[in-house]
Design a protein around this ligand. Structure first.
Ligand SMILES: [Zn+2]
Length: 373
Protein backbone atom coordinates (compact mmCIF):
# COMPACT_ATOMS: atom_id res chain seq x y z
CA UNK A 1 0.00 0.00 0.00
CA UNK A 2 1.34 3.44 -0.87
CA UNK A 3 1.59 6.44 1.44
CA UNK A 4 -1.33 8.04 -0.44
CA UNK A 5 -3.52 4.98 0.15
CA UNK A 6 -2.55 4.79 3.82
CA UNK A 7 -3.51 8.43 4.44
CA UNK A 8 -6.87 7.89 2.75
CA UNK A 9 -7.53 4.63 4.60
CA UNK A 10 -6.74 6.11 8.03
CA UNK A 11 -8.87 9.19 7.33
CA UNK A 12 -11.83 7.08 6.23
CA UNK A 13 -11.45 4.84 9.26
CA UNK A 14 -11.81 7.92 11.46
CA UNK A 15 -14.84 9.01 9.38
CA UNK A 16 -13.57 12.53 8.88
CA UNK A 17 -13.73 14.61 5.72
CA UNK A 18 -10.76 15.89 3.76
CA UNK A 19 -11.53 19.41 4.92
CA UNK A 20 -11.69 18.30 8.56
CA UNK A 21 -8.28 16.63 8.18
CA UNK A 22 -6.96 19.72 6.39
CA UNK A 23 -7.96 21.96 9.29
CA UNK A 24 -6.43 19.62 11.85
CA UNK A 25 -3.15 19.59 9.94
CA UNK A 26 -3.17 23.25 8.97
CA UNK A 27 -3.04 22.76 5.19
CA UNK A 28 -5.64 23.28 2.43
CA UNK A 29 -8.20 20.62 1.44
CA UNK A 30 -6.60 20.65 -2.01
CA UNK A 31 -3.30 19.58 -0.47
CA UNK A 32 -5.01 16.63 1.27
CA UNK A 33 -6.54 15.58 -2.07
CA UNK A 34 -3.10 15.71 -3.66
CA UNK A 35 -1.56 13.61 -0.88
CA UNK A 36 -4.35 11.02 -1.17
CA UNK A 37 -4.07 10.79 -4.93
CA UNK A 38 -0.27 10.55 -4.79
CA UNK A 39 0.17 13.67 -6.92
CA UNK A 40 2.31 15.17 -4.20
CA UNK A 41 4.13 13.87 -1.12
CA UNK A 42 3.81 15.65 2.22
CA UNK A 43 7.01 17.16 3.66
CA UNK A 44 8.36 15.50 6.78
CA UNK A 45 6.88 18.13 9.08
CA UNK A 46 3.45 17.76 7.43
CA UNK A 47 3.77 13.98 7.69
CA UNK A 48 4.27 14.32 11.46
CA UNK A 49 1.17 16.51 11.70
CA UNK A 50 -0.83 14.07 9.54
CA UNK A 51 0.16 11.17 11.78
CA UNK A 52 -0.89 13.12 14.85
CA UNK A 53 -4.21 14.16 13.31
CA UNK A 54 -4.90 10.58 12.25
CA UNK A 55 -3.93 9.18 15.67
CA UNK A 56 -1.23 6.89 14.30
CA UNK A 57 2.53 6.65 14.82
CA UNK A 58 4.55 8.27 12.02
CA UNK A 59 6.09 4.91 11.18
CA UNK A 60 2.64 3.48 10.47
CA UNK A 61 2.15 6.14 7.86
CA UNK A 62 5.56 6.77 6.35
CA UNK A 63 7.24 4.84 3.57
CA UNK A 64 10.17 4.10 5.87
CA UNK A 65 8.23 1.29 7.54
CA UNK A 66 6.48 0.01 4.45
CA UNK A 67 9.41 -0.54 2.12
CA UNK A 68 8.86 -4.31 1.93
CA UNK A 69 5.45 -3.78 0.34
CA UNK A 70 7.09 -2.03 -2.55
CA UNK A 71 10.09 -4.24 -3.23
CA UNK A 72 10.84 -4.25 -6.91
CA UNK A 73 14.21 -5.99 -6.90
CA UNK A 74 13.47 -9.72 -7.16
CA UNK A 75 16.69 -10.60 -5.26
CA UNK A 76 15.44 -8.63 -2.27
CA UNK A 77 12.09 -10.40 -2.49
CA UNK A 78 13.88 -13.74 -2.28
CA UNK A 79 15.70 -12.61 0.87
CA UNK A 80 12.51 -11.19 2.41
CA UNK A 81 10.59 -14.40 1.73
CA UNK A 82 13.28 -16.82 2.91
CA UNK A 83 14.32 -14.86 6.00
CA UNK A 84 11.37 -15.89 8.24
CA UNK A 85 11.87 -19.53 7.23
CA UNK A 86 15.61 -19.63 7.95
CA UNK A 87 17.03 -21.10 11.18
CA UNK A 88 18.41 -18.46 13.54
CA UNK A 89 22.00 -19.57 13.03
CA UNK A 90 21.80 -19.06 9.26
CA UNK A 91 20.16 -15.68 9.70
CA UNK A 92 23.01 -14.61 11.95
CA UNK A 93 25.66 -15.80 9.49
CA UNK A 94 23.99 -14.02 6.65
CA UNK A 95 23.59 -10.86 8.65
CA UNK A 96 27.19 -10.84 9.92
CA UNK A 97 28.46 -11.04 6.36
CA UNK A 98 26.01 -8.40 5.26
CA UNK A 99 26.98 -6.01 8.02
CA UNK A 100 30.69 -6.51 7.49
CA UNK A 101 30.20 -5.63 3.84
CA UNK A 102 28.18 -2.54 4.61
CA UNK A 103 30.37 -1.08 7.25
CA UNK A 104 33.65 -2.93 7.77
CA UNK A 105 35.34 -0.22 9.84
CA UNK A 106 32.96 -0.10 12.76
CA UNK A 107 31.30 -3.50 12.92
CA UNK A 108 33.80 -4.68 15.56
CA UNK A 109 33.13 -1.69 17.80
CA UNK A 110 29.37 -1.77 17.86
CA UNK A 111 29.00 -5.49 18.52
CA UNK A 112 28.25 -7.22 15.22
CA UNK A 113 25.71 -9.60 16.68
CA UNK A 114 23.36 -6.84 17.82
CA UNK A 115 21.33 -5.18 15.14
CA UNK A 116 18.45 -2.77 15.41
CA UNK A 117 16.23 -0.71 13.21
CA UNK A 118 16.16 2.31 15.50
CA UNK A 119 18.92 4.98 15.37
CA UNK A 120 18.51 5.64 19.11
CA UNK A 121 19.27 2.01 19.88
CA UNK A 122 22.59 2.35 18.02
CA UNK A 123 23.46 5.29 20.24
CA UNK A 124 22.67 3.27 23.39
CA UNK A 125 24.65 0.38 21.99
CA UNK A 126 27.79 2.37 21.26
CA UNK A 127 27.72 3.81 24.78
CA UNK A 128 27.43 0.37 26.33
CA UNK A 129 30.07 -1.17 24.07
CA UNK A 130 32.52 1.54 25.11
CA UNK A 131 31.39 1.67 28.73
CA UNK A 132 30.51 5.37 28.69
CA UNK A 133 28.17 6.25 31.54
CA UNK A 134 29.15 9.75 32.57
CA UNK A 135 27.44 12.86 31.35
CA UNK A 136 28.17 15.05 29.52
CA UNK A 137 29.23 12.48 26.97
CA UNK A 138 32.75 13.03 25.68
CA UNK A 139 32.12 13.00 21.92
CA UNK A 140 35.71 13.84 21.05
CA UNK A 141 36.91 10.78 22.97
CA UNK A 142 34.34 8.68 21.13
CA UNK A 143 35.74 10.00 17.85
CA UNK A 144 39.23 8.85 18.82
CA UNK A 145 37.82 5.44 19.74
CA UNK A 146 36.10 5.15 16.35
CA UNK A 147 39.14 6.40 14.40
CA UNK A 148 37.44 9.60 13.34
CA UNK A 149 39.83 12.52 13.00
CA UNK A 150 38.31 15.96 13.37
CA UNK A 151 39.49 18.86 11.27
CA UNK A 152 38.14 22.05 12.84
CA UNK A 153 37.35 25.53 11.59
CA UNK A 154 36.92 24.61 7.94
CA UNK A 155 35.23 26.95 5.52
CA UNK A 156 32.52 24.59 4.30
CA UNK A 157 29.88 26.35 2.29
CA UNK A 158 26.36 26.22 3.77
CA UNK A 159 26.98 23.16 5.95
CA UNK A 160 28.27 22.66 9.45
CA UNK A 161 30.05 19.40 8.91
CA UNK A 162 31.25 17.03 6.27
CA UNK A 163 31.96 13.40 7.07
CA UNK A 164 34.23 11.52 4.68
CA UNK A 165 34.71 7.81 5.19
CA UNK A 166 38.28 6.63 4.85
CA UNK A 167 39.98 3.26 5.00
CA UNK A 168 39.36 2.09 8.57
CA UNK A 169 37.65 5.24 9.87
CA UNK A 170 36.58 8.69 8.82
CA UNK A 171 37.58 12.33 8.67
CA UNK A 172 35.12 14.87 10.00
CA UNK A 173 35.45 18.46 8.81
CA UNK A 174 33.68 20.86 11.16
CA UNK A 175 32.80 24.32 9.90
CA UNK A 176 33.84 27.49 11.67
CA UNK A 177 30.10 28.27 11.87
CA UNK A 178 29.84 25.76 14.71
CA UNK A 179 31.31 28.28 17.09
CA UNK A 180 29.28 27.32 20.13
CA UNK A 181 30.65 24.30 21.93
CA UNK A 182 27.15 22.87 22.47
CA UNK A 183 26.32 23.10 18.79
CA UNK A 184 29.66 21.64 17.79
CA UNK A 185 29.05 18.66 20.09
CA UNK A 186 25.63 18.02 18.54
CA UNK A 187 27.13 18.27 15.05
CA UNK A 188 29.86 15.74 15.90
CA UNK A 189 27.33 13.36 17.48
CA UNK A 190 25.14 13.68 14.40
CA UNK A 191 28.04 12.81 12.10
CA UNK A 192 28.90 9.78 14.24
CA UNK A 193 25.31 8.67 13.64
CA UNK A 194 25.97 8.47 9.89
CA UNK A 195 29.12 6.50 10.56
CA UNK A 196 27.43 3.96 12.83
CA UNK A 197 23.90 3.46 11.48
CA UNK A 198 24.54 0.52 9.12
CA UNK A 199 22.29 1.62 6.27
CA UNK A 200 23.88 5.07 6.06
CA UNK A 201 26.11 4.05 3.20
CA UNK A 202 27.20 7.28 1.57
CA UNK A 203 30.95 7.87 1.49
CA UNK A 204 30.43 11.59 2.07
CA UNK A 205 27.76 13.28 4.20
CA UNK A 206 27.28 17.02 4.21
CA UNK A 207 25.33 17.89 7.29
CA UNK A 208 23.25 20.49 8.99
CA UNK A 209 22.57 23.70 7.16
CA UNK A 210 23.32 26.64 9.39
CA UNK A 211 19.79 27.86 10.19
CA UNK A 212 19.95 26.56 13.75
CA UNK A 213 16.83 24.47 13.35
CA UNK A 214 16.34 20.84 14.29
CA UNK A 215 13.84 20.34 11.49
CA UNK A 216 15.12 18.16 8.71
CA UNK A 217 13.34 16.74 5.69
CA UNK A 218 15.85 14.11 4.60
CA UNK A 219 15.20 10.75 6.37
CA UNK A 220 18.90 10.01 6.96
CA UNK A 221 19.43 13.47 8.45
CA UNK A 222 16.45 12.88 10.76
CA UNK A 223 17.92 9.54 11.81
CA UNK A 224 21.34 11.07 12.49
CA UNK A 225 19.61 13.69 14.68
CA UNK A 226 17.75 10.92 16.56
CA UNK A 227 21.09 9.21 17.13
CA UNK A 228 22.74 12.43 18.35
CA UNK A 229 19.81 13.24 20.67
CA UNK A 230 19.98 9.83 22.34
CA UNK A 231 23.78 9.89 22.56
CA UNK A 232 23.96 13.31 24.23
CA UNK A 233 20.64 13.24 26.12
CA UNK A 234 19.87 9.59 26.98
CA UNK A 235 16.13 9.08 27.36
CA UNK A 236 16.17 7.60 30.91
CA UNK A 237 18.11 10.66 32.19
CA UNK A 238 15.82 13.14 30.45
CA UNK A 239 12.65 11.41 31.71
CA UNK A 240 14.08 11.43 35.20
CA UNK A 241 15.14 15.10 35.09
CA UNK A 242 11.98 16.29 33.35
CA UNK A 243 9.03 14.13 34.41
CA UNK A 244 6.52 16.07 32.28
CA UNK A 245 5.81 19.39 30.60
CA UNK A 246 3.20 20.93 32.89
CA UNK A 247 5.55 21.73 35.78
CA UNK A 248 8.60 22.36 33.63
CA UNK A 249 10.66 25.42 34.58
CA UNK A 250 12.37 26.74 31.45
CA UNK A 251 15.31 28.47 33.14
CA UNK A 252 16.00 25.30 35.13
CA UNK A 253 15.91 23.41 31.83
CA UNK A 254 18.44 25.83 30.34
CA UNK A 255 20.72 25.33 33.33
CA UNK A 256 20.36 21.56 32.97
CA UNK A 257 21.12 21.71 29.21
CA UNK A 258 24.37 23.56 29.81
CA UNK A 259 25.60 21.94 33.01
CA UNK A 260 24.58 18.30 32.79
CA UNK A 261 24.20 17.48 29.08
CA UNK A 262 26.32 20.25 27.53
CA UNK A 263 23.81 20.77 24.73
CA UNK A 264 21.96 23.88 23.59
CA UNK A 265 18.73 24.83 25.31
CA UNK A 266 16.84 24.26 22.03
CA UNK A 267 18.28 20.76 21.67
CA UNK A 268 17.06 19.74 25.14
CA UNK A 269 13.69 21.47 24.76
CA UNK A 270 13.16 19.77 21.41
CA UNK A 271 14.07 16.46 23.01
CA UNK A 272 11.50 16.77 25.82
CA UNK A 273 8.78 17.83 23.40
CA UNK A 274 9.48 14.78 21.25
CA UNK A 275 9.30 12.59 24.36
CA UNK A 276 6.06 13.96 25.74
CA UNK A 277 4.30 15.33 22.67
CA UNK A 278 1.21 17.57 22.51
CA UNK A 279 3.32 20.72 22.53
CA UNK A 280 4.87 23.21 20.15
CA UNK A 281 8.02 25.31 20.37
CA UNK A 282 7.85 28.78 18.86
CA UNK A 283 10.80 31.16 18.64
CA UNK A 284 10.20 34.87 18.18
CA UNK A 285 12.49 37.84 17.70
CA UNK A 286 11.34 41.47 17.71
CA UNK A 287 7.69 40.43 17.50
CA UNK A 288 8.16 38.27 14.40
CA UNK A 289 7.87 34.50 14.62
CA UNK A 290 11.13 33.03 13.36
CA UNK A 291 10.27 29.40 13.36
CA UNK A 292 8.09 26.93 15.10
CA UNK A 293 8.67 23.28 15.85
CA UNK A 294 5.42 21.48 16.31
CA UNK A 295 5.84 17.84 15.33
CA UNK A 296 3.30 16.64 17.86
CA UNK A 297 1.03 19.64 17.69
CA UNK A 298 -0.86 19.67 14.43
CA UNK A 299 -2.13 23.24 14.52
CA UNK A 300 -1.30 26.28 12.41
CA UNK A 301 0.64 28.88 14.42
CA UNK A 302 -0.05 32.62 13.94
CA UNK A 303 2.35 34.61 11.75
CA UNK A 304 3.28 37.20 14.36
CA UNK A 305 3.11 37.61 18.14
CA UNK A 306 -0.33 38.65 19.38
CA UNK A 307 -1.01 40.84 22.40
CA UNK A 308 -2.84 38.07 24.23
CA UNK A 309 0.31 35.91 24.40
CA UNK A 310 2.73 36.11 27.32
CA UNK A 311 5.67 36.39 24.91
CA UNK A 312 4.24 39.70 23.67
CA UNK A 313 5.18 41.38 26.94
CA UNK A 314 8.86 40.82 26.21
CA UNK A 315 8.83 42.00 22.63
CA UNK A 316 6.84 45.11 23.54
CA UNK A 317 9.22 46.06 26.34
CA UNK A 318 6.70 45.41 29.17
CA UNK A 319 8.97 43.20 31.22
CA UNK A 320 10.80 45.61 33.52
CA UNK A 321 9.22 44.20 36.68
CA UNK A 322 9.82 40.54 35.80
CA UNK A 323 12.81 39.30 37.78
CA UNK A 324 15.80 38.18 35.75
CA UNK A 325 17.54 34.90 36.59
CA UNK A 326 21.10 36.22 36.83
CA UNK A 327 22.80 32.89 36.25
CA UNK A 328 21.11 32.22 32.93
CA UNK A 329 20.28 35.83 31.88
CA UNK A 330 16.69 34.90 31.28
CA UNK A 331 13.21 35.91 32.37
CA UNK A 332 10.30 33.48 32.41
CA UNK A 333 6.53 33.67 32.33
CA UNK A 334 4.10 30.79 32.55
CA UNK A 335 0.32 30.63 32.49
CA UNK A 336 -2.87 29.76 30.71
CA UNK A 337 -3.71 31.92 27.69
CA UNK A 338 -6.48 31.85 25.09
CA UNK A 339 -5.45 29.38 22.37
CA UNK A 340 -6.19 32.16 19.84
CA UNK A 341 -3.06 33.94 21.14
CA UNK A 342 -1.02 31.42 19.17
CA UNK A 343 -3.22 29.33 16.91
CA UNK A 344 -5.08 30.31 13.79
CA UNK A 345 -8.82 29.61 13.45
CA UNK A 346 -9.52 28.36 16.94
CA UNK A 347 -12.62 28.55 19.11
CA UNK A 348 -12.88 31.37 21.66
CA UNK A 349 -13.02 29.16 24.76
CA UNK A 350 -10.04 26.93 23.99
CA UNK A 351 -7.00 27.59 26.18
CA UNK A 352 -3.31 26.71 26.16
CA UNK A 353 -0.57 26.52 28.74
CA UNK A 354 2.18 28.89 27.60
CA UNK A 355 5.69 28.89 29.05
CA UNK A 356 7.93 31.58 27.65
CA UNK A 357 11.59 32.20 28.31
CA UNK A 358 13.19 35.50 27.30
CA UNK A 359 16.90 35.48 26.52
CA UNK A 360 17.96 38.98 27.49
CA UNK A 361 21.28 38.75 25.61
CA UNK A 362 19.67 37.85 22.29
CA UNK A 363 16.35 39.73 22.70
CA UNK A 364 14.62 36.50 21.76
CA UNK A 365 11.73 34.53 23.23
CA UNK A 366 11.20 30.80 23.06
CA UNK A 367 7.69 29.67 23.94
CA UNK A 368 6.50 26.22 24.79
CA UNK A 369 2.80 25.82 24.03
CA UNK A 370 1.15 22.90 25.75
CA UNK A 371 -2.22 21.62 24.70
CA UNK A 372 -4.63 21.34 27.60
CA UNK A 373 -6.71 18.20 27.93
ZN1 LIG B 1 23.90 14.50 8.38
Amino acid sequence: MSLAERIKQKREALRISKSELASRVGVSSAAISQYESGQRNPSHSVLLKLANALNVAVDQLSDRAHGIDNIEDSRLQVIAKSWPLMPEQKRRQLFDQFQAMLNPSISGLTGAETIYSSPAQYARNIMEANDYRDLPVDVEKLCVRLSVSIVSKCAIQEHEAMLVRTEGGATLFVSEQAKYQTRRRFTIAHALGHLIIPWHLQIVYQCRSGNGSFIEENPQEIEANEFAAELLMPEPHVRNDVPGLTNLDLSALLELAHSKYEVSFSALLHRVVLLYGRAAIVTAEKGAIKYDVSPSFPRAITNCLLESSLAYRFCSGQHEEIVEDLRTHTKCLSGRVPASAWIKDVSEDERLLEKTIYMTEFDRTISLLIQQP
